[in-house]
Ligand binder design. Structure first.
Ligand code: NAP
Length: 517
């Protein structure tokens, strides 16, 4: 099977042989993808000139209704997507739910936001500033839709959620998108977009899909276009420095990798609720999606006096995890998405081993070297303050490291050694510890999950990105920001200070919805 791209209103096959997509349980080829010669530059023009005007002619509520219709098409095909996620990504049912249902949930969430915004096509911020002595001249900030195309380049670990969390926000803002899934797992994105296009629920040009290499997407950018990239820090660096990206003036949002941490506060002693909750979360980090989540816990800071008990508690749970073919219902951890990712993860674990030792590993059968299987494991770093690899290397698989600490100041200082992360979690019921983490680690993290006894099990998890909250992190994590309810629309709209008389501002107000972005 060769995956096609949907560009300029047509499904087109690339002229090259294409790169291979495999089933990571066997290593067998299941499809190929190639985008050479499909006419990416023409597709950008088509999206701008056909999709853009069609979306901008609709109000927010009508665009929200489009998103609802997309979610319904996907919901109707949900079962088939689960099977594809298993065959191309090695997903268990839980893994597939995070990706597929996460995408559908995000579409529905933005559909609801659209409904609340009504018929308006613009957003005004509340309040006017009087700019002259007489009340005849004011300033007011107005958000209008950028007449460009949103280029959306995604990572391999979320072929559904990555696609829809970006497309939902752009379409609600009135901007057409060209989505490019990572080639290795593009089959699910391909099938979903095929179903949505076949259902005819989106205006022509609102959504295009490029399956195969994405370099051509960066060559024809204009000043009203944007690039939202999710992937590794090294690809992000290439994209940031691409001359056509720099020259275009297009907006760029980067969601990159990070070495996220969780901290057990000094009060999180064995026997407390927060200790147990932290153990549960660490085991999830070593099993859900086989650890292939950008927000996943990679470093676990534990008070030195509780480190041994924590390691033993995680080890006990790991020993009961079943690793294997996700077609078997008893399996809790599937493979990484292919052999190359397994080799990458194993190479990085070997680098961690220079300053860490393995203290727990889930049992696993022997698998062929063509497959993606990596046994979940917990490492231990005896000297985390003197170590460097453990703060720098993101093993994109089921591996985390336990780092003992003495005193919160030390834990906070070591947490920053990752130079900026997507997500941090704290397991502590101590109000002072909570405030210290928020104040001192807020600048270093895009999201902080604080779990105390009151929150208990009612939290959404360290790794799960919810559409209500912003996603993205500073520094190494890319410095980007996505989602966050209405805040996500900022990337696709322009805030303009309109200076004029009250009559004009009233007319703008009548065509707009008042909201704070
Ligand atoms: P990657 O190798 O950096 O690739 C990401 C995407 O960029 C793919 O679609 C890839 O296409 C494309 N790409 C590569 N080179 C390009 C170029 N020169 N021009 C345009 N596009 C280009 O990352 P990955 O291996 O797919 O994903 C794993 C990484 O992503 C992990 O490090 C993880 O932490 C990170 N991640 C971050 C987030 C977040 O939200 N911050 C979410 C998920 C994953 P091809 O596949 O066709 O090469």
């Amino acid at each position: 099977m060769k995956l096609e791209s949907y560009v300029s209103g047509e499904w087109k096959s690339g002229s090259g042989e294409g790169r291979v997509l495999v089933n990571p349980v066997t290593g067998a080829e299941i499809a190929r993808a190639d985008a050479s010669g499909i006419g990416v530059a023409a597709a950008m023009v088509h999206a701008r000139e056909v999709g853009g005007p069609a979306l901008r002619s609709l109000g927010f509520a009508e665009r929200g209704a489009l998103l609802k219709a997309v979610a319904e098409v996907l919901g109707a095909n949900r079962e088939r997507y689960g099977q594809i996620a298993r065959e191309n990504s090695g997903n268990t049912e839980t893994d597939a739910a995070v990706d597929i249902d996460g995408g559908i949930f995000t579409l529905k969430h933005y559909a609801r936001i659209g409904k609340t915004l009504g018929d308006a096509t613009m957003i005004v911020e509340d309040g006017r500033d009087q700019l002259a002595r007489d009340p005849v001249f004011f300033g007011q900030h107005t958000w209008t839709t950028r007449p460009g195309v949103a280029v959306q380049i995604n990572a391999f670990n979320f072929p559904s959620w990555g696609l829809w969390e970006k497309a939902a926000v752009a379409i609600l803002a009135g901007v057409p998108c060209i989505a490019k899934p990572a080639t290795a797992t593009a089959l699910l994105s391909h099938e979903m977009v095929r179903d949505v296009i076949a259902a005819g629920v989106l205006p022509e040009g609102a959504l295009s899909l490029v399956c195969g290499g994405g370099e051509a997407l960066l060559t024809s950018l204009g000043p009203m276009d944007s690039v939202a990239f999710t992937g590794s820090a090294s690809t992000a660096a290439t994209i940031r420095s691409t001359p056509s990206v720099l020259a275009s003036g297009a907006r760029l949002n980067v969601e990159a990798d990070s070495v996220n941490a969780t901290i057990l506060g000094p009060d999180a002693a064995p026997g407390t609720a927060v200790f147990d909750l932290a153990v549960r979360e660490a085991v999830k980090a070593l099993s859900v999606k086989a650890g292939q989540l950008c927000t996943n816990i990679r470093r676990v800071f534990v008070p030195a006096e509780h480190a041994e008990a924590f390691g033993e508690a995680v080890a006990a749970k790991l020993s009961g995890l079943t690793v294997g073919d996700p077609a078997d219902d008893a399996v809790r951890v599937g493979p990484l998405i292919n052999r190359a990712q397994r080799e990458d993860a194993e190479g990085k674990i070997a680098r961690l081993a220079a300053e860490c030792t393995e203290i727990a590993r889930a049992p696993m059968d022997d698998w062929s070297p063509d497959t993606g299987f990596v046994a979940p494991r917990l490492m231990h770093c005896a000297d985390p303050a003197g170590a460097s690899a453990v703060h720098e290397i993101e093993v994109f698989g089921p591996c985390a490291t336990l780092l003992p600490y003495d005193g919160m100041d030390s834990a906070v200082a070591m947490a920053t050694a990752a130079e900026g992360s997507l997500a941090l979690s704290l397991f502590s019921s101590d109000p002072e510890v909570q405030m210290q983490v928020v104040r001192d680690l807020g600048p270093w993290n895009g999201r902080i999950l604080c779990v105390d006894e009151e929150v208990g099990k009612n939290h959404t998890g360290h790794s799960i990105v919810v559409p209500q909250c912003v996603h993205g992190g500073p520094g190494r994590a890319g410095g980007g920001e996505e989602l966050g309810g209405l805040r996500g629309l900022r990337f696709h709209m322009q805030r303009t200070a309109i200076q004029g008389g009250p009559g004009l501002l009233d007319r703008i107000g009548a065509a707009s919805v008042t909201a704070g972005l």
